[in-house]
Structures are given as structure tokens and as C-alpha cells.
Design a binder for this molecule. Structure first.
Ligand SMILES: [Zn+2]
Length: 243
């Protein structure tokens, strides 16, 4: 390939006579220095970028894909380059063959560079997960950002142990525990009902009790305050009615 390259260092540009820089195009006038008579000039940076991005957009529209490849390999103009009046030529100034165009567009641009890009999209999540190992609180970056922790519950009662059989029409099975992070801490209960977690014995003797109420106390950390109170009122009413 380097045999076809024009000499990279020249004294003066064949078209404008100025110092041409080190590229295949003159840095002054932009002419393709190996073929100054061809009328080929370096594409302006912004137009080149616009065509690249427009091609990417068009490539994502899958129904147009075959038309895109046909158009591109036919004369070295992708649809976007055609719209923006840009051409692909080889480094010797010659028209590019369809085969080279397909390798350029499909294998290199989409497949190889696409896979590189895909690998980089995994980088963030991997770093985020690896943060666990560097943080004494086992927090990921998203935990640090919103102030959350991930915990296990020791001695947590299993769901089956905590669910009372529904015995009244107004008693409903507890819904699944909320899956999202809890944004507000649980509101402390008023003093007479301050029986938290397994500490059912701490409830004052005046509080009515039943297996259903004890189960509700065990479920309490999974419930909102209003839901807890609603169920508790329902169970107390049910107890009073049956006694
Ligand atoms: Zn020049």
C-alpha cells in the first residue's frame, strides 16, 4: 500500500506551490497532491463528520440497508456521501473497487469498530460492579450516588411463617415486599404499639394480641406505616368481634 502513497514530504504543493504539510492532501489548498489534475480535494472536516453520522443513522434503518450497500459499493458513495457530494477513492487516486468498499464499510466500520464500541459500553457497568470490592460498605457507584445499601436479613422470618390465614373479608394477603429502594425511613410507631420486629413481648399488656397480630408485627418492616395501621385496625376489630 505504501508503494501507492505519494511521497509524504514535499517541498511545495504541485497545485498552489505552498508548503503542503505531511498528508496526502495539501494542507494549504487541500488538493490530492498525487493527482492534482483530478479535481479531488480533501473533504471539509464538518461535512465529513456529518456524512459519517448520517451514514450511521441511515445504517440503523434496516429496511434501507441493502439499498445502502448497493449504492455504496456501486460508485464509492454511501447515500449520505452522495447527498453531501463526497466520494471515496483509494490512496492512489483511483476509484475504489466494490469489494474494498464492502470491507471498508461493513467489516471495518460496522463489525470491528462496532464490537470495540460494544466492549466499551460494558466498561462502565463492570467498573460499577467492581466498586463493591473497594468499598467497605459494599456499595456500587449507584449506591453511593443515592445513599443506598444492600443487606441480607439474618433470622428473618420466611414469608410462609409470617402470613396468617385470611379469616375475615377485610383482611387481605400482604402484597410482595416493595422491590425498589426504600426512600424514606420507616416512621416510628406511636408509643402504645411500639412492638418492632420479633420483639412482640415488649408490647404493653393492654394491647390485644393474637397469632395474626404477631405475624403482622413481624411483617411490619415490609409495610408502609399506613398499610400497617390499616391491617392492624382490621385485625383488632376482628378480635373484638370474635370475643
Ligand atoms: Zn496546495
Amino acid at each position: 500500500m505504501s508503494a501507492r502513497l505519494p511521497s509524504l514530504r514535499r517541498e511545495s504543493c504541485p497545485a498552489c506551490g505552498e508548503y503542503p504539510g505531511v498528508g496526502v492532501f495539501c494542507s494549504e489548498c487541500g488538493v490530492l497532491m498525487s493527482h492534482p489534475e483530478s479535481g479531488d480535494f480533501a473533504a471539509p472536516y464538518l461535512r465529513r463528520l456529518a456524512a459519517e453520522l448520517l451514514d450511521l443513522l441511515l445504517f440503523l434503518l434496516l429496511p434501507l440497508w441493502l439499498f445502502w450497500m448497493w449504492q455504496t459499493s456501486r460508485d464509492g458513495q454511501s447515500p449520505a456521501k452522495s447527498l453531501l457530494d463526497l466520494y471515496v477513492i483509494d490512496e492512489a487516486g483511483q476509484p475504489i473497487t466494490p469489494q474494498r468498499m464492502w470491507v471498508r464499510e461493513l467489516v471495518i466500520k460496522r463489525l470491528v469498530l462496532g464490537l470495540v464500541g460494544y466492549a466499551f459500553t460494558l466498561l462502565g457497568p463492570i467498573i460499577n460492579a467492581g466498586w463493591i470490592l473497594m468499598n467497605p460498605d459494599r456499595q456500587c457507584i449507584h449506591d453511593r450516588a443515592v445513599g443506598t445499601l444492600v443487606v441480607v436479613r439474618r433470622d428473618a422470618p420466611t414469608r410462609a411463617e409470617t402470613l396468617p390465614e385470611p379469616q375475615a373479608a377485610d383482611f387481605q394477603m400482604p402484597p410482595p415486599a416493595p422491590s425498589g429502594p426504600r426512600l424514606t425511613p420507616p416512621i416510628p410507631a406511636p408509643a402504645p404499639t411500639r412492638a418492632v420486629g420479633h420483639n412482640v413481648e415488649a408490647a404493653p399488656p393492654s394491647t390485644p394480641t393474637s397469632p395474626e397480630l404477631e405475624a403482622l408485627e413481624l411483617q411490619r418492616t415490609h409495610l408502609s406505616q399506613t398499610e400497617y395501621e390499616r391491617r392492624r385496625r382490621a385485625l383488632v376489630r376482628q378480635l373484638e368481634e370474635s370475643s
